[in-house]
Write a protein that binds this ligand. Sequence first.
Ligand code: 4NP
Length: 155
Amino acid sequence: MKMRILLVCLGNICRSPAAEGVLREKARERGLKLTIDSAGTGGWHAGDPPDARMTKAAARRGYDLSYQRARQVAFSDFYEFDYLLAMDLSNHTDLLDLAPPNRTCDIRLFLDFAEGDERETPDPYYGGADGFECVLDLIEKGASGFLDYLEDESA
Ligand code: 4NP
């Protein structure tokens, strides 16, 4: 079955667009056909492109985020995706609070699939340039870990 994955952060302009771009590229490299999208629990940035600092940092690593536009998590997402992957614990709690009782998706923390002790991808929005690099390092680990998990599950 073609898995459908939604990456979720707060604003959908920094972390989840980067996670969408990285996961898309790593899935392509492995020949995995996945449906990948991202959204924010908040709607303040709906329609905006990703933060320019993240777009540039991601482009330096070969990930194109320029086509993306922010959107808020929708009710239908809880049925139309197999996995909603939260970037931090507060996103995870917000998704569980929003989720209808008969949802058909799994709601997980993105970094729970990665090697290492970090569980949260911190919000780089108010920080300096190295925040974006740290976030991309974590996201690359998270994306590889999640794809390893999917490949093991389907083996
Ligand atoms: P993100 O970062 O959740 O990684 O997209 C944020 C971007 C903007 C805001 C919060 C988080 N904001 O409050 O505007």
